[in-house]
Design a protein around this ligand. Structure first.
Ligand code: HQG
Length: 177
């Protein structure tokens, strides 16, 4: 199921065309089409198994619409044409970003960039930032003055699974935690 969940992340965030799917402009795809295309590509799963993956996913990465006819990833897309339709929200005063030391040298001149993703990903708690950073090596936690950024006109969003998103974090708002 973890393997299947990772494959769903790939399809619903990055490469739907890999199994012949096209996401709509907000990232949704028909559940019946998804199940059919998964089966056609040797990754078949039942509706019950898909529901199990959605419910048990450790970061709640996926959501169904109300009547479960459509599904999408809550965040993390690299498809630049998507508009998840998130509304700007007021962030907490401080947010965190987990990274690693080897990236600091290039973060210093430019601040945090979204790179291949649609947004820079931030979290409200240090623990989560720690986990995110650990994916790249020994974590370094950066503190982001999110409240100040917002007062200066930067826009923040929060995905349905609680990840804080913004376009770019200029270096003036960053400090090492
Ligand atoms: C770094 C996972 C050099 C940035 C996690 C990060 C998260 C720079 C890496 C989500 C830089 C990009 C996102 C700059 C940023 N110079 N390096 N100017 N600006 N970076 O994986 O934030 O499991 O694309 O610090 O839990 O690590 O996919 O982003 O280390 O929520 O659901 O460039 O991915 O969620 O790495 O992680 P990533 P991230 P999922």
């Amino acid at each position: 199921m973890v393997k299947q969940s990772k494959f769903l992340s790939l399809i619903l965030r990055h490469q739907p065309e890999k199994i012949g799917l096209i996401l709509d402009e907000a990232g949704w795809v028909s559940v019946s089409e998804l199940l059919a295309q998964l089966a056609a590509h040797g990754r078949g799963m039942s509706m019950e198994e898909l529901e199990y993956v959605v419910v048990t996913n450790d970061k709640q990465r996926f959501s169904f619409n109300a009547d479960k006819t459509h599904i999408r990833a809550n965040q993390g897309h690299s498809l630049q044409t998507l508009d998840l339709g998130l509304q700007p929200v007021e962030p907490p005063e401080i947010l965190y970003h987990g990274t690693v030391e080897r990236f600091l040298e290039s973060i210093l001149p430019t601040g945090l960039e979204k790179r291949s993703r649609q947004h820079v990903h931030l979290s409200a708690d240090i623990d989560t930032a720690h986990k995110v950073g650990s994916r790249h090596g020994k974590p370094v936690i950066l503190k982001v003055a999110a409240g100040q950024m917002q007062r200066n006109g930067c826009v923040f969003f929060r995905s349905d699974n609680g990840v804080w998103l913004t376009d770019h974090v200029p270096i003036v708002y960053l400090s090492i935690n």
